[in-house]
Design a protein around this ligand. Structure first.
Ligand code: HCA
Ligand code: CU
Length: 446
C-alpha cells in the first residue's frame, strides 16, 4: 500500500472535528431501503464527499470495502474526489468503519484508507445476542489485531468503540478500554440505541476524561428519544473533540446528530472557537443538496431549514413584514437560509394581501381596498384546486373582479422589491462583536 501524501501526525486537530458518516451511518437509513427511490449511487457519493470537504469537514467515514464490490469501487471513487481537492482544500482523512476482524481491516488498508474505526459491542445485550464474546474474548481478539496494525501501518489513525457504550457498565467499558487505549488515537462511546440523556453524557464524559486524559474522545448519538442533538452538544461542551454526524441526521432508525444542527447550535451558544474552519454559510445549501438526493425537502424539524423562516399565520406575517425578528430569533442567514418565506393562504390577513399586490405585483391599491380584496381571497382560497396557486388567484381577483390597475414601474426598479414595510432602523440582536463572522441582515431595510 502506498503511503498517503499527508499523515495524521502532521495535522493539528481543531477544537471540534466532525467525522461525517453520511456515507456509512447515513446509508443505513431506513429511507435508503427503498432501493429505487432513495439510493446513493457513485456520483451521489462523490458529490456528497465533495460538498462535505468544501464545507470544511476533515474526516469522512466510509464502509469497509469488504461490504461489497460496489462499496469497494465507491471507496476508490470517493478517494479520487478527496485527492482532487487536496491542493485546494487541504487533506481530508478517509476512515473505514471496520468490525474487529482481519478481513475488514485488510480490505480497508488495501483500499488506501487513512484510518480504521473499529467497533465491538460491549454491552450485555450486544455480547449475548450480537456476537457472543465475553469481555475477555473481546480484548483477546482486538488486542493482537490492533498491535499488528499499529506495528505494520503506523501512519493509520486508529479508533476503538465499544458499541452500545451507553448500555455498557463503566467498569466493563474500562476493562476493554484500559487494555486497548494504549494502541489507539481515540476512543468512541456510541449511543447505539439512543438511550443516553444529557445528564448521562455529562457523567460519562467526566469518567472517561478522568481515566483517559491523554486520549481524544469521539461521540455518536442516535436520536431514538430525540436527544441526539442535545447529547452531542453536551458532549462537545464537556470536552469531546470528535463528533459523528450526518447530513440531515440520517442514519439507522431515527438517525444521529445532524451536522448543521450541531454547528448552528454551537454558534448560538457562542462556542465560536469550535467552529473554526467550517463554512457555515454552506449549511443550508448542503442540506438542500442531500434532501434533493433523497427526493424530499429539507425536513421541517431540521434547524437549518427554510421552514424556520416561513410564516403562515396572518399575525406572524404582519409582524415579519415589519421586522423579521418578530418571529425569527436566530441568525439563519449566516447558515445560508438567506430569505424568509411568507405563505399566501387561508391564514393570511389583509396586510399580506396588501403587501403582495402592491409591493410585489405593482398594483395601485390602498389599505381599504386591500381589506376588501382580502375578504374575497379568504373565501375563495379554501376552494382552490391543487393545480391553482393562491398568488395567481389573488392577482386575477384584483385585476378582474376589483378592476385594479398596475402602476407602470420603470424597468430599472423592477427587481428591487422593497421587502420591509416599516422604515424604522433596527439593530440586529445578533451583532456579536466577538463572532468570527459578522452577521448580515437577510432582509435589507426599506
Ligand atoms: C453500526 C453501529 C454504530 C457504530 C458506531 C461506531 C453505533 O451501525 O455499526 O462505530 O462508533 O451506533 O453504535 O453506528
Ligand atoms: Cu450508529
Amino acid at each position: 500500500m502506498a503511503q498517503p501524501t499527508f499523515q495524521f501526525k502532521d495535522y493539528q486537530p481543531r477544537q471540534l472535528e466532525i467525522i461525517d458518516t453520511t456515507l456509512r451511518e447515513g446509508s443505513q437509513s431506513s429511507l435508503l431501503h427503498d432501493r429505487y427511490k432513495y439510493f446513493f449511487n457513485q456520483t451521489d457519493k462523490q458529490e456528497i464527499a465533495r460538498a462535505l470537504i468544501v464545507y470544511g469537514v476533515k474526516f469522512l467515514e466510509l464502509f469497509s470495502p469488504v461490504v461489497s464490490p460496489q462499496e469497494k469501487d465507491d471507496f476508490a471513487a470517493v478517494k479520487a474526489v478527496r485527492d482532487s481537492l487536496i491542493a485546494q482544500k487541504g487533506y481530508t482523512f478517509l476512515l473505514a468503519h471496520v468490525r474487529t476482524h482481519p478481513d475488514d481491516v485488510a480490505a480497508a488498508i488495501e483500499a488506501g484508507c487513512d484510518g480504521l474505526n473499529f467497533y465491538f459491542g460491549t454491552s450485555d445485550v450486544s455480547r449475548s445476542f450480537n456476537h457472543g464474546n465475553s469481555l475477555e474474548k473481546i480484548v483477546e481478539r482486538a488486542l493482537p489485531l490492533l498491535e499488528d496494525v499499529r506495528r505494520n501501518y503506523p501512519h493509520l489513525i486508529l479508533r476503538f468503540s465499544g458499541e452500545d457504550a451507553f448500555r455498557t457498565r463503566p467498569e466493563d467499558l474500562f476493562f476493554v478500554y484500559d487494555r486497548l487505549a494504549p494502541l489507539v488515537d481515540r476512543i468512541g462511546t456510541p449511543d447505539t440505541v439512543g438511550v443516553a440523556t444529557p445528564a448521562a453524557v455529562a457523567e460519562r464524559m467526566a469518567l472517561l476524561r478522568e481515566r483517559y486524559p491523554q486520549l481524544d474522545l469521539e461521540g455518536h448519538f442516535h436520536d431514538d428519544r430525540g436527544y441526539a442533538l442535545l447529547n452531542a452538544l453536551t458532549a462537545v461542551t464537556h470536552g469531546m473533540r470528535y463528533l459523528n454526524t450526518t447530513l440531515l441526521g440520517i442514519g439507522e432508525r431515527s438517525g444521529i446528530t445532524s451536522m448543521t444542527a450541531l454547528l448552528f447550535n454551537l454558534y448560538i451558544d457562542r462556542e465560536y472557537d469550535r467552529l473554526e474552519g467550517y463554512h457555515l454559510r454552506g449549511s443550508y445549501p448542503i442540506n438542500v443538496m442531500l434532501a434533493d438526493k433523497l427526493r424530499k425537502l429539507v425536513p421541517s424539524k431540521e434547524p437549518v431549514s427554510l421552514t424556520n423562516r416561513t410564516h403562515a399565520a396572518g399575525v406572524h406575517q404582519k409582524a415579519v413584514l415589519n421586522n423579521p425578528l418578530a418571529y425569527e430569533a436566530h441568525p439563519l442567514d449566516l447558515f445560508g437560509v438567506t430569505e424568509s418565506e411568507i405563505l399566501l393562504g387561508p391564514l393570511s390577513g389583509w396586510n399580506v394581501v396588501h403587501y403582495y399586490l402592491k409591493e410585489i405585483k405593482g398594483f395601485n391599491i390602498g389599505e381599504g381596498m386591500a381589506k376588501k380584496v382580502a375578504a374575497a381571497f379568504k373565501e375563495r382560497v379554501y376552494h382552490l384546486q391543487p393545480s391553482e396557486s393562491p398568488g395567481e388567484m389573488l392577482e386575477a381577483l384584483a385585476e378582474n373582479e376589483f378592476g385594479l390597475h398596475r402602476i407602470a414601474m420603470p424597468a430599472r426598479f423592477k427587481d428591487s422589491i422593497v421587502q420591509v414595510m416599516s422604515a424604522s432602523e433596527r439593530e440586529s440582536p445578533f451583532a456579536t462583536p466577538t463572532a468570527p463572522i459578522e452577521p448580515s441582515r437577510s432582509i435589507p431595510p426599506a
